[in-house]
Design a binder for this molecule. Sequence first.
Ligand code: ATP
Ligand code: MG
Length: 648
Amino acid sequence: MSNESLANLLKEERRFAPPAELAAAANVTAAAYEQAAADRLGFWAEQARRLNWAVEPTETLDWSNPPFAKWFADGKLNVAYNCVDRHVEAGHGDRVAIHFEGEPGDGRSITYAQLKDEVSQAANALLELGVAKGDRVAVYLPMIPEAVVAMLACARIGAAHSVVFGGFSADAVASRIQDADAKLVITADGGYRRGKPTALKPAIDEALAKCPEVRNVLVVRRTGQETAWTEGRDVWWHESVGRQSTEHAPEAHDAEQPLFILYTSGTTGKPKGILHTSGGYLTQAAYTHHAVFDLKPESDVYWCTADIGWVTGHSYIVYGPLANGATQVIYEGTPDHPHQGRFWEIVQKYGVTILYTAPTAIRTFMKWGDDIPAKFDLSSLRVLGSVGEPINPEAWIWYREHIGGGHCPIVDTWWQTETGAMMISPLPGVTETKPGSAQRALPGISATVVDDEAREVPDGSGGYLVLTEPWPSMLRTIWGDDQRYIDTYWSRFEGRYFAGDGAKKDDDGDIWLLGRVDDVMLVSGHNISTTEVESALVSHPKVAESAVVGATDATTGQAIVAFVILRGTAADSADLVAELRDHVGRTLGPIAKPKRILIVNELPKTRSGKIMRRLLRDVAENRTLGDVTTLTDSSVMDLIQAKLPSAP
Ligand code: ATP
Ligand code: MG
């Protein structure tokens, strides 16, 4: 990629200062940037003291064998103790940890004291089933409290969990179980989605035909639906966990004890098994959750709408919030059941103050209409977060206006499964925000943008996003494949972590994420980012969502092909397509005009809501589709292919 990526000509120039009241009482002020810049390792050593260590670390970073990092290596701690017991010991046992909202409307609130009992019981059950420190446990559950309990129980005994999205196919589950060599699978009879009980266990039964190493399946009863049973292998959670003692002494594990393996979402290729360890990971998850959301555990009600099968659910439902003693909402189901205002009803019901969701959800809410959130009292909200994809300026403004009451700061948080925790984001009490930009590396994090020759680009130019120093919650390797770890992340630029994302720095030096490097288009010698063309399309009043790809073209190298979902009542027509092409031409320049625009009803997305552009590129170039195992719904691809009868 050269420096000459398109200037950002999108018209959104508004800037939003932090609310004065929030800034005055903010957990983190501008001084944190200076402190961390002056002594980065000292800064992280101080953040590690947020945790309770059984043995305090004396060493911060061991980078003697790069790119294999060790953080706080001579320290020992128990992650589950830090997320649960210590809050009870500090007198907060009666504080609600989890307000669980089931899709059918059932629910329960679990205090920290109750969570401690449940996690201890589950830890005892795992031990009874022969799970030992260092083993792997696969978790395939709906969004129910037992998912959190299962993860913490693994952490407590030093077994690594590997959470697989509930709803992945049997094949996708089997390959992950095999790759991690899991001994135990924790699942449920089913979960509720879109108003119906949806079975989960059949996929496990099918997967396990290929996984002879799995000794037991621990099954949570959630829906009560009929479930096939393998005697001797399958065990009910309520029987096995329910009869255990609520006493379990947490052992102190090494800071580098593996905590979990998690597979990436697969938007760019075959998923990678990312390994995270304990002390550094928990330090950064806790610090960023405290800093970026300005969490006040005594008064905030926090809600992250992610699934625990995604890294966001690991770091910002389980580990960060619980390490910080937060009260949070966990919702089982879909946003449109039984009506399209379900999320806002939940915000109103629990008085949610901090909401963390994804651009894909925000664009869906835009499509459904402003009148839906307007029916609910959202005045409790004070900070809004976004994660997963670049957020289009149009969607950012909509989020602020229609959800944030025109006053909530928005934190657009850039990070990856590999980074373990947030890396680039505004701070709500410090940053003057810019719609569409993640802006600046967090205190203690070093990020920049470089060109093909690894030279840092000047302000106003684009290139590749790199991280220039190791960070506490960084992945330690790709599970079982150190060489792939080196090749994927540390070989493109000497001594720097290659994130795989394109980015640019604006004239103030703020960072704008431009989508995957693999997705950047080269049209008649110009680099054009998919993100910018998509944002230009979404800024048209009739467009709700779009995905743009570059398809091989005989004359221009690549031609821009756009897939567009319309808002509410807008109808497909040749005139509209021409209007959209002109709109992009006017917004970004004639070179960025899509050659083809296809109006579609759905886009292929991963379970975490990310658009899978590589599949659209396969379609646009008439190729057989690549790996579709992480798609939410693979029938979407048939519908899109039907729209494209001939070669481009
Ligand atoms: P794979 O690596 O298998 O292709 P993936 O990268 O989609 O999967 P994740 O680790 O869940 O899996 O996603 C991380 C990516 O999501 C980032 O590299 C970036 O492209 C995108 N992303 C996340 N947050 C943001 C954000 N705030 N702004 C822009 N992009 C973001
Ligand atoms: Mg990735």
